[in-house]
Design a binder for this molecule. Structure first.
Ligand code: ATP
Length: 283
C-alpha cells in the first residue's frame, strides 16, 4: 500500500500517509487504542476504501479488483459475532456455504479445521457455551475455510486468559508457513513471541516497520535498571521514560529508556521490544 489515508470526518483521519509492503510471514500491528490498526485491516480486507493512496495485491489495484484479494483472504474482525445457538460444526457449515464452499470439499475442510483448532471434541456443542478462547478459535476456523494466503486477525487476544493467550501464540506460528498473517494488538508480549515483522502505528501514522532485531537496535545500550525510593516515583515519571516498575524490599526497581545512564547507580540491561515500542512512541 502506498500513501494510504482514511478520512472519517473533516478533521478525523484514521490513517495518514501509510506506506507498507508485505510478504509471507507474521506481521504484528502494534499500537494503542485509536492508532489506526482496525482501519488499516479493514482497508486491506476491502471492507472500506481509502480516501487517499492505492493498495495493490500482486500488482493489481484492489479498489478496481476487490475480488483479487477477497479470493485469498481470511478475515476475523474485532467484533466478530458468532451464532450462540449453532453448534461449532453447524456454524462452520453455514460459513462455508456463505463462502461458496459446499459438499464433500466443505465437510473435509471443516473436519480438518476442527482438528487443527482443537475443537473436534466439542463440535456438537452450542457456541454460546464456549469460553473466550474457544470462540476465538471458531472465529479463526471460519477465516481459514478457504485456506487463505492472507489471514487478517483484528485484536485476537482481547478477552483471553493467560493459557488461551499462550495457545493462541502457538497457533499463529503453526498457521504461518507460506501465508501472510497480519494481526493487531496493543500488547507487546503477544507480538514479541510471534511476529517476524512489527509495524507500529501511532495516531494514524506508521512510525516503524521492521523485524524485531532492527526494532531492538533503536534502544540497544539505552535501557537501564534504577532503584528509587517509592516516594520519588512521580518525579521519576516526569523526567524518565519508564517501561516497567517492580516493587522490591529496597524500593522501586525501574526500567528506564534513556540515551545516558539516568543516575550514577543505574545498571545497563538488555533491551526488549517493549522498551523500543515506548521509545519510538514517545517520538
Ligand atoms: N467509523 C468511524 N467513524 C469515525 N471515526 C472513526 C471510525 N472508525 C475509526 N475512527 C477513528 O479513527 C481512529 C483510528 O481508529 P481504529 O479503530 O482504526 O484504531 P485501532 O488502532 O484499531 O484502535 P482499537 O484498538 O481501539 O480498535 C480513531 O481515532 C477512531 O476514533
Amino acid at each position: 500500500m502506498s500513501n494510504i489515508g482514511k478520512q472519517y470526518q473533516e478533521n478525523v483521519w484514521g490513517l495518514r500517509h501509510v506506506d507498507l509492503q508485505v510478504q509471507p510471514g507474521i506481521l504484528g500491528l502494534l499500537g494503542p487504542n485509536g492508532a489506526g490498526k482496525s482501519t488499516l485491516m479493514r482497508l486491506l480486507a476491502t471492507i472500506s476504501e481509502p480516501s487517499e493512496g492505492t493498495i495493490t495485491w500482486n500488482g493489481v489495484g484492489i479498489r478496481e479488483n476487490p475480488e483479487e484479494i477477497r479470493r485469498i483472504l481470511g478475515y476475523l474482525p474485532q467484533d466478530f459475532g458468532v451464532y450462540p445457538h449453532l453448534s461449532a460444526h453447524e456454524f462452520l457449515n453455514y460459513m462455508a456455504a456463505v463462502k461458496g464452499i459446499s459438499g464433500k470439499a466443505a465437510e473435509k475442510r471443516i473436519d480438518e479445521l476442527l482438528g487443527l483448532l482443537h475443537l473436534y471434541d466439542v463440535r456438537k456443542r452450542r457456541i454460546g457455551s464456549f469460553s473466550g478462547g474457544m470462540k476465538q478459535r471458531i472465529g479463526i476456523a471460519q477465516a481459514l475455510l478457504n485456506d487463505p494466503k492472507l489471514l487478517i486477525i483484528d485484536e485476537p487476544t482481547i478477552g483471553l486468559d493467560p493459557a488461551e493467550r499462550l495457545s493462541f501464540r502457538n497457533l499463529l506460528t503453526d498457521l504461518s508457513g507460506e501465508r501472510l498473517i497480519i494481526f493487531s494488538t496493543h500488547i507487546v508480549s503477544d507480538i514479541e513471541a510471534t511476529a517476524d515483522r512489527i509495524a507500529i502505528l501511532s495516531k494514524g501514522r506508521l512510525i516503524s516497520d521492521s523485524n524485531p532485531g532492527e526494532l531492538l537496535r533503536h534502544v540497544q545500550g539505552k535501557v537501564w535498571n534504577v532503584v528509587i525510593p517509592e516516594s520519588q516515583l512521580q518525579e521519576a515519571r516526569a523526567k524518565w521514560l519508564i517501561s516497567a516498575t517492580v516493587r522490591r524490599e529496597d524500593g522501586l526497581l525501574l526500567r528506564v529508556v534513556s540515551e545516558t545512564p539516568p543516575n550514577e547507580q543505574a545498571t545497563a540491561v538488555h533491551a526488549g521490544i517493549e522498551d523500543a515500542y515506548l521509545y519510538l512512541s514517545a517520538g
